[in-house]
Design a protein. Structure first.
Length: 379
């Protein structure tokens, strides 16, 4: 096989260049104006994006911030999470969910997930509540919303705040509405690879509570609403105008891009459904998935991942180790076996290429290589 043929058959895990090319004509003139005017922090572009994203997800307020981890910390602080408090979250989230809790001096309390969807298990939440629990973080993983009705019922029963981690679910919805508008407050990341991604780091906090939005905005600007008047100890976590410009351009295309992702997911289901040894992802009843990731489960995952890579097919693992068993959280004393569903999934999950510009031919190539690998012929 020639090098040219191999290149033609290569399938990237993600194609950000195609997204950037699509928005370039919208973005460049605004960037030029910002450079000319030296308007980089806050301003009209940030305010416009906040309004537009609030309208899109159906919430009263959006506060643009520097990144998703800061967004989570700001949301936790705004609802009163403090040093020594406990915050319940799924074991299979990205470490940023836990980091934001730890940075406050609070304690992440990890629970297992359901086997069908790998979303936080409400029964596990209920069993983990203590007198120190202050909040629950349902993570909308892989592009679909967590079981929010059950989470909200537990939170109401115990007087807890619900802080959504909506970093993987821009545009996703559940029975009660869109991700980011389903809890008391929500945080999201606009890291470039997200469904709605910036050209660098960016994030947002979303809420219907005007008072909470004001606190978040104050905290994100060094605890100040008036220059040199500092009401509280805050942080520097503002969204810059350059990123807001990109986000506005991409937001106008987000519904179309998410529709393309759903079409790609449907094609994968058809291409992979008859391959022995592949467990396809499932969508919860009432959810509209935006397929941030297309995650299958296979035996001998590491071998399969390597063979996909050798054939030029990009793939990944989200995530290979549950957070409580990482070295960073060794001090909490968790041991293998405490989170059986999440741990079993971590050993078998495989993220296949998924992005709005993914072609049918590329997906057919992914299916071909995956089938060959699972049939025992990785050549």
């Amino acid at each position: 096989m020639t090098e040219q043929t191999i290149t033609q058959q290569a399938v990237p895990f993600l194609d950000l260049a195609a997204q950037q090319a699509e928005v370039m004509d919208d973005v460049l003139p605004v960037w030029q104006r910002q450079l000319t005017d030296a308007a980089f922090i806050g301003g009209a572009e940030v305010a416009a994006f906040e309004r537009e994203y609030a309208d899109y997800i159906g919430t009263g307020h959006v506060v643009g911030v520097s990144n998703g981890t800061d967004a989570l910390e700001l949301a936790f602080r705004a609802v009163g999470v403090a040093s020594g408090d406990e915050v319940i979250m799924p074991a299979n989230t990205f470490i940023a969910t836990a980091e934001a809790v730890s940075r406050i001096g609070a304690v992440p309390v990890f629970v297992d997930v359901d086997d069908a969807h790998l979303l936080i298990d409400p029964d596990a939440i209920d069993a983990a509540v203590t007198i120190r629990t202050r909040a629950i973080v349902p993570v909308h993983l892989f592009g679909q919303t967590a079981p929010m009705a059950e989470v909200a019922a537990i939170a109401d029963r115990h007087g807890l705040a619900v802080v959504e981690d909506a970093a993987q679910a821009q545009g996703a919805s559940g029975p009660a509405g869109r991700a980011g508008a389903l809890g008391r407050v929500a945080a999201t990341s606009f890291y470039p690879g997200k469904n709605l991604g910036a050209a660098g780091d960016a994030g947002a906090v979303m809420t219907d509570d005007e008072g909470l939005a004001d606190v978040v905005r104050n905290l994100a600007a060094h605890g100040s609403s008036v220059k040199y008047v500092h009401d509280r100890i805050g942080m520097n976590a503002r969204l810059d105008a350059v990123q807001a410009t990109v986000l506005r351009a991409k937001l106008r295309r987000l519904e179309e891009w998410n529709t393309s992702r759903r079409a790609a997911a449907a094609r994968y289901a058809g291409l992979l459904g008859d391959i022995a040894g592949v467990r396809l992802p499932e969508v919860r009843e009432g959810n509209t998935d935006v397929w941030h990731l297309y995650v299958v489960r296979v035996a001998e995952r590491d071998r399969v991942l390597a063979e996909l890579g050798e054939a030029g097919v990009g793939a990944g693992i989200h995530y290979p180790t549950v957070v409580p068993l990482t070295e960073a959280y060794a001090g909490l004393g968790h041991r293998p076996g405490e989170f059986p569903v999440a741990e079993a999934a971590a050993a078998s999950i495989l993220s296949l290429p998924m992005f709005p510009h993914l072609t049918e031919a590329q997906q057919a190539r992914v299916a071909e290589v995956l089938r060959r690998s699972l049939d025992g012929d990785g050549s």
